[in-house]
Design a protein. Structure first.
Length: 244
């Protein structure tokens, strides 16, 4: 199979687009990076990432210089720890103050200028944090690893100060919604492949949040179903035909 060119905001997005077009998973794709892509300045001069990719042939080994890495996504954990020494529920101002101080230290260490917008709901005990800047690709990281890790650490910092658990959602450039749409499209394409070949397909490891998206996307499918297998952080979804 000849190499085809695919593009995206990042190399990972380009790889996901290749997986969707080739109706397979990234572990079955051989690729090489043509352009890493860049964010430009203040949104101007942005260049997409480009890769050349093709589906591996049965039994074919990937060239070491073009090997596809398996995804090991940091788990988006909702930590609900017992806090023996915390006796009060922190208010909105305190939540935002803790968040701002923590993130500014992180971005300072990374030498990044980032605008932090926060929305806090006391009723649902949730904090939505939206980040904006010129190098948001660095904050997203490979398949969202960096932003998931940062979200996890921020959750630990905030909930260390409060007796009531606060759910934290960290996002930038609408990454969460774009990722959700990409995974839903992947689920549909994999389901089609399973129906056509009558063979089950094992997806790459995903965190619990992303696995729920795949399960939900296929829960009403008449012909295929899903299950999760393996231990974290290698737990993954298998899509297979329903028994009739």
């Amino acid at each position: 199979m000849e190499f085809e060119e695919f593009s995206g905001k990042t190399v990972d997005e380009a790889l996901m687009n290749a997986a969707l077009k080739l109706q397979t998973v990234s572990d079955e794709i051989e690729y090489e990076v043509v352009e890493e892509g860049s964010n430009g300045v203040l949104g101007f001069g942005r260049k997409p990432a480009k890769i050349k990719a093709r589906k591996k042939l049965p039994g074919e080994k990937v060239n070491e210089n073009k090997a596809t890495e398996s995804s090991v996504v940091n788990e988006e954990v909702e930590v609900k720890e017992e806090k023996d020494q915390v006796n009060e529920t922190i208010d909105e101002d305190t939540v935002k103050k803790i968040t701002k101080e923590f993130l500014e230290k992180v971005f300072g260490a990374m030498n990044l200028e980032v605008t932090i917008d926060m929305r806090y709901s006391e009723d649902s005990r949730t904090l939505d944090v939206d980040l904006n800047g010129d190098e948001m690709g660095l904050l997203i990281g490979k398949r969202g690893q960096t932003i998931d890790s940062l979200q996890y650490l921020l959750s630990l910092v905030i909930n260390r100060e409060s007796k009531d658990y606060i759910r934290v959602k960290l996002d930038t450039e609408n990454y969460r919604e774009r990722r959700k749409e990409t995974l839903e499209e992947l689920a549909k394409n994999i389901a089609y492949k399973v129906k056509r070949t009558k063979r089950q397909v094992s997806l790459e490891p995903m965190n619990p949040y992303e696995r729920r998206i795949i399960h939900s996307a296929l829960q009403n499918d008449k012909y295929v179903t899903t299950r999760s297998e393996g231990e974290e952080p290698y737990r993954h979804i298998i899509v297979f035909l329903k028994n009739k």
